[in-house]
Design a protein around this ligand. Sequence first.
Ligand code: KOT
Length: 841
Amino acid sequence: VESSIPEHMREAWKKFSPKGFTTKDEFESEAVKHIETTLARSLFNCDELAAYSGTALAFRDRLIIDWNKTQQRQSFADQKRLYYLSLEFLMGRALDNAMLNVGLKNVAKDGLADLGFRIEDIIAQEHDAALGNGGLGRLAACFLDSMATLNYAAWGYGLRYRYGIFKQEIQDGYQVEIPDYWLDFNPWEFPRHDVSVDVQFYGWVNKYTNDEGKQIVSWQDGEIVTATAYDVPVPGYGTPTVNNLRLWSSKASSGEFDFAKFNSGEYESAVADEQRAETISAVLYPNDNLERGKELRLKQQYFWCAASLHDIVRRFKKSKRKWSEFSDQVAIQLNDTHPTLAIVELQRILVDMEGLGWDEAWTIVTSTFGYTNHTVLPEALEKWSVPLIQNLLPRHLQIIYEINLQFLQSVEKRFPKDRDLLGRVSIIEESQPKMVRMAYLAIIGSHKVNGVAELHSDLIKTTIFKDFVKVYGPDKFTNVTNGITPRRWLHQANPRLSELIASKIGSYEFLKDLTLLNKLEPFVDDKEFKKEWAEIKYANKVRLAQHIQTTKGYSVNPKALFDIQVKRIHEYKRQQLNIFGVIHRYMAIKSMSPEERKKLVPRVSVFGGKAAPGYWMAKTIIHLINKVGEVVNKDPDVGDLLKVVFLEDYNVSKAEIIVPASDISEHISTAGTEASGTSNMKFVLNGGMIIGTLDGANIEITREIGEQNIFLFGNLSEDVEDLRHHHFYGDYKVNPELVKVFDCIKKGTFGDEGAFGALISGIVEHGDYYLVSDDFNSYCQTQDLIDEAYKDQDAWVTKSITSVARMGFFTSDRCINEYADTIWNIEPLDVAEEKEVRART
Ligand code: KOT
């Protein structure tokens, strides 16, 4: 590794380079130093926020040491790297995670106690990094954790949004969105003002032949926006590896923010230019599983892809290798189609800027990229209008047309008689206006395409991408079932359960090799162990009940069955099915005698999740849940038998409280619609049961934990199409029990009945696309089975322990190793030596 410091002067550097604290005293000294100097506070005005800041800065220093070394080690090793391109990284809080990963949480706990603080209160000061909508963004965060933990040389690339996902408030039962300005104090990011890329938009394409007779293409006279890098350290668990997440922030380029404009009196227009440039990275689009085709979104995508690609290419060029070796050094994974323009951009760099021939460049491009599909919902599949791209990225549109031409010619050669096929697989949809189908471009530009659970990967091969299976053969398409990091979703969220597991199986090794959980199975009949297991679940429920008390102002009984559905609000996820089931239960209770009521299992139904601000039907579902809660929770006939709670502003840090507290969680999407789901894995790993459909990863969870340990219901994905057809053309009748629920709503039981009309008519009159009525019976019956099963607490705990013991497969470590072996072709870096050095010092 090169250095500008002369050899004989490096001793001084080495002597004084910081080693980082390891003891309680050293931690306190570092934290107090930061509080008194960096923050200019003192013993007399150190509140919890200042204590958080001091603690965070102390841990940050420690991370930086390992981070710098990791980056040096990775440059030196000169191996292939993986770049994970994602528009979303839903990281949550960093401090707790950093403390656990470097193994110094107990040191900090004792140190903070000495200084007069409780570590939980300090951790709770941190603002979530919420640069994502839901499952897709959180998956990216779990992947970063696993890649660091497994010592892969891997970088994340994303956007540094000034506003993450909005904060949700409920007013009068309605969702209200509050902007999430999160950058006030963020010790976890490092601006790299020396790392920037100028990105061009608009302009025109100039093609000419130069003096040597070579075709030159230049894209010129566009608007320039500068991308500045902000780096976030990503520590692995129990390893010296600290990887990098690079987020780009936009600002007007110095050339653009023109002093000439000031001088000529165009002050306002100069400021406006500046504002416009900054707008690109200003806000995360708050839509999950929905693409709305807004120009600013496309600008975000290109801005981030171009900056990332230029950064990657710049790093490659330093190695002075031949271009043909590019894909031996670089693998790029596309998290859904959002970064598909990276394919076009790399082709442009190689052909227009580096002068490679088209075919040579295209071979490099396709061997570099892999594409992960996360959804089959038609409204989420990205399409951009040709005129929009033509205007914003004129050269890229030409390249897309050329890619398409070459592809279609190759298809025509292989399937000369199939004219229809050409139209079906064309990147360009021949509509008015013409549209670019981003998923098709991503498939054609990648060497592997994967789905995120077995059913989903089968579905994309037989439905939305079936023509491409015909063209490329089945081997280009593969499955990598999603996973979650057990560090955050077991050890951090549920420390007592993690400790109990470690005490039984002898160590915390299971956090690095989750299959070791199977060592728990021999203990399923151990009385003492089962008692502790149940006590921990109860304590976690008490904690959630306290959270409900402080945030909602009423109490729920922690002895009741906690039934939880937390995820984005979406018709396909069917929170409406859940709340209709709750109303059905409420009506049943109301009709019972006091004696009958005594036999019931008390239940708390917890909901949480955000609706996209423009998704009116999802907002109506939130409204109904809240109105049902208002009525049910104060009904004296019901008492403790049923409570309905809508938890506001569901996010990662709240999930860490909610997930460990469930008895049952709901994963009840219409079969075939939820690609994987990942919270299903989190709940089971924390000893909860699932009520679910045969959809996404539920199917593999069932296979692993056993059918007797999950409550499945509903129609199968292969029957959905016929059922939908039947709704329109058969003798369709809404389920009579559901009709009673609708009548109850229409009577005004939950206030203004008109407010919920669309929810009902969608089912009764408009074809019930999500099969709520078809599945209602089976859903309610299964809920009854759950009540019965819950009465036998001993058998319930057996199910719980057995399930946890069999969840090893769902770690994101397994998932990342599969990507590394079958798609990226990368090996972990050897850090044994580094570990030894650290152990000695
Ligand atoms: C699509 C468009 C915009 C924003 C988000 C999406 C999106 C999110 N598409 N799929 N997802 C979810 O991804 C998760 C991780 O793979 C899956 O577990 C989940 O089923 C998808 O809905």
